[in-house]
Ligand binder design. Structure first.
Ligand SMILES: [Cu+2]
Length: 137
């Protein structure tokens, strides 16, 4: 009974909130065929500004899930600000055909902690504990 209650809390309980949303700014350098940095981490609700600077050729940045696009000419920086209101992991990719390895020019935006993963880990731990209890009877 207690294990069932714990499993329900882990699966459906409210996720903790870590502080108020803040302004986050990232300067990304786009060069053939990568972004530096390639992984961005923010909390859900943060106001995010992306600055895209193309180093060698024209490059773009299309953010999956948010449907946002930026294009930067070499030597110029383009900016985009949005609120990261969708938690999860989102790919961004170059939106301008820039060369042979263009399809592999990708990066990742992580919004908020991955509560789905932590809930799954919690449930797996409870299942293992329940299995031990049953085995010891
Ligand atoms: Cu490209």
């Amino acid at each position: 009974m207690l294990l069932t209650l714990a499993a329900l809390v882990v699966a459906f309980g409210p996720a903790p909130v870590f502080g108020p949303p803040t302004d986050r700014r990232f300067h990304l350098e786009a060069h053939s065929f990568a972004y530096t940095p390639s992984t961005l981490t923010v909390n859900a609700g943060d106001r995010v500004t992306l600055e895209l600077a193309a180093v060698d050729y024209v490059h773009g940045l299309y953010l999956d899930g948010y449907d946002l696009n930026l294009t930067a000419e070499p030597g110029h920086t383009e900016r985009l600000t949005f609120v990261a209101d969708k938690p999860g992991s989102f790919r961004f990719r170059c939106s301008v055909t820039c060369g042979a390895l263009h399809p592999f020019m990708i990066g990742k935006l992580e919004v908020g902690p991955n509560w789905l993963l932590w809930r799954a880990v919690g449930l797996a731990g409870l299942a293992a504990f329940a299995g031990l209890l049953i085995a010891c009877r």
